[in-house]
Design a protein around this ligand. Structure first.
Ligand code: SF4
Length: 152
């Protein structure tokens, strides 16, 4: 709880000091690129959702889908756009089930905010900028809520 408050206070402080935010973003961007790039194929979307996608970067999906696969996954799990590669979402689901938080794969993630492209997702997470969404208020947080509603 105390850590959460400290995180939130730091984020607010940084957000209210624009020059500091820009400075930290410039400082951390290359660090994020060289650490997450090789490990996760990070495309620097600035709005990281790895935690809820089995640590598989959804920005490697040719359609940049953030909430599961399209309808074109091959029977063998291949991508319909680039058939020689496996569907990113098949891998994301399988890996998510090996984590301690397997249910997070069902979280509904907001659409990509392209204005954050190239910025540090760490700073955006700290300031809460990555949580700013439009048109999503009042929507369910989990795909399971939608599925369960339909089954009633
Ligand atoms: S979701 Fe975005 S920030 Fe996270 S690894 Fe993928 S491109 Fe990078």
């Amino acid at each position: 709880m105390a850590n959460r408050s400290l995180w939130s206070l730091s984020g607010q402080f940084i957000h209210h000091h624009h020059r500091l935010e820009v400075f930290l973003d410039r400082l951390l961007r290359p660090v994020e690129r060289v650490t997450k790039g090789p490990f996760f194929g990070c495309q620097m979307c600035g709005q990281c959702v790895l935690h809820s996608t089995g640590m598989v970067c959804p920005m490697n999906c040719p359609k940049n889908l953030r909430n599961g696969p399209c309808g074109g996954v091959g029977q063998d799990g291949s991508c319909e756009v680039i058939p020689e590669m496996g569907c990113v979402w098949v891998g994301a689901y399988q890996k998510s089930q090996r984590l301690l938080w397997p249910e997070e794969i069902h979280d509904l993630r907001p659409p990509v905010d392209w204005s954050l492209q190239g910025s540090s997702s760490w700073i955006n997470a700290l300031t809460g900028r990555d949580q700013v969404v439009s048109g999503c208020n009042g929507q369910p947080d989990s795909a399971l809520e939608v599925i369960n509603d339909h089954e009633r």
